[in-house]
Write a protein that binds this ligand. Structure first.
Ligand code: AMP
Ligand code: MG
Length: 320
């Protein structure tokens, strides 16, 4: 996490009281805003309002069966909506605020929009670390649901400019470049054994160390195959070729570390083979290479360990 700390410096951590007030008022009115978090920019709405939540699905053109993550200012607030178990206590104390989402049993009548949970009896909860997300949440009387602020199936935004490009009319709070740049790790705590549903910056090893147990296998768990789990996701509009050994005519190159290819256009995810750096650059790089002037995007192999697993997960789904 040390590199994460250093990269936190890129974050904008002040917002004028006028801008804060305007964003909060927009949310109270049942409208959406673009919300900076440390993972990716969110499309935020009042989690208690069906009407507000519906606007997210419409604007993103998101399949209705894809539930949303509820965001809270702290663990105590989250506990008003879900039943915390011992695992949740440990993980929230260890990693919150931060890029970790917990799936827990919803409290009955907790008021969260059924649209947000896609009718499930579980709820995904997270406490984001981004200082502006924190300020916003602390001043509100309700939690926020905030899926990534991009049309469904396209790339997740890591700058306010990315969000503006997709949704020009949206009020976007500029919080700088996202420091993590990859969606949160999702851990399901509702079964007999915790299971990672979506890899992220926090790895299996991080979670196992905190819980002092071996995580279960997603394939064997009976949890619903939820959304960020759709096979094709996070996709650019031109073909993506993974683990390339050679470069085809007309392709743009997404490289990792030193190499001898010569491409018309290239972005290196990390010259020094730093996987955290690569994860942080991934979506912005794909967005920049996603142009019809190239035949496709050729991606060099990325080591499949640590956060490399999450990077390859996103790449695999982008190429499906
Ligand atoms: P996004 O907000 O786009 O990062 O996606 C949120 C992801 O959280 C979804 O794609 C699901 O995979 C997951 N999720 C949300 N709620 C639940 C839930 N109740 N059970 C399992 N997974 C969930
Ligand atoms: Mg998304």
């Amino acid at each position: 996490m040390s590199t994460l700390k250093t990269r936190m410096k890129k974050e904008i951590n002040h917002i004028t009281s006028d801008a804060l007030e305007r964003a909060q008022q927009t949310l109270r009115n049942g409208d959406l805003i673009g919300l900076p978090t440390e993972t990716v920019y969110g499309l935020a709405a009042n989690a208690l309002s069906d009407k507000a939540v519906a606007k997210i699905y419409t604007l993103k053109e998101r399949p209705r069966f894809n539930p949303l993550i509820a965001h809270f200012p702290n663990a105590a607030e989250a506990q008003k909506y879900v039943h915390f178990n011992e695992w949740a206590k440990t993980l929230s104390e260890t990693f919150w605020p931060g890029p970790l989402t917990l799936i827990l049993k919803k409290k009955e009548d907790c008021g969260i929009s059924l649209l947000a949970t896609a009718g499930l009896d579980t709820l995904a909860v997270r406490v984001p670390a981004h200082p502006i997300a924190q300020l916003l949440l602390q001043g509100l009387e309700f939690p926020l649901v905030a899926p990534s602020a991009n049309p469904s199936e396209s790339l997740s935004p890591t700058t306010a400019q990315h969000v503006k490009r997709s949704f020009p009319d949206l009020l976007v709070v500029d919080g700088g470049s996202c420091t993590v740049g990859l969606e949160s790790t999702i851990v399901d705590l509702t079964g007999n054994i915790p299971v990672i549903l979506r890899p992220g910056l926090l790895t299996k090893n991080d979670i196992e160390k905190a819980l002092l147990l071996t995580l279960g296998d997603k394939a064997e768990s009976n949890v619903i195959k939820a959304p960020g789990q759709l096979k094709r996701h996070y996709a650019p509009s031109i073909p993506l070729r993974l683990n390339i050994k050679n470069l085809h005519e007309g392709e743009a190159l997404l490289s990792f570390g030193p190499h001898t290819f010569t491409a018309r256009k290239e972005i290196n995810l990390s010259l020094t083979c730093n996987l955290e750096e690569a994860a942080g650059n991934l979506f912005a790089a794909l967005a920049e290479l996603d142009s019809s002037q190239y035949k496709g995007i050729a991606v060099m192999p990325i080591p499949n360990d640590g956060i490399g697993l999450a990077v390859n997960d996103r790449l695999n789904r982008a190429s499906a």
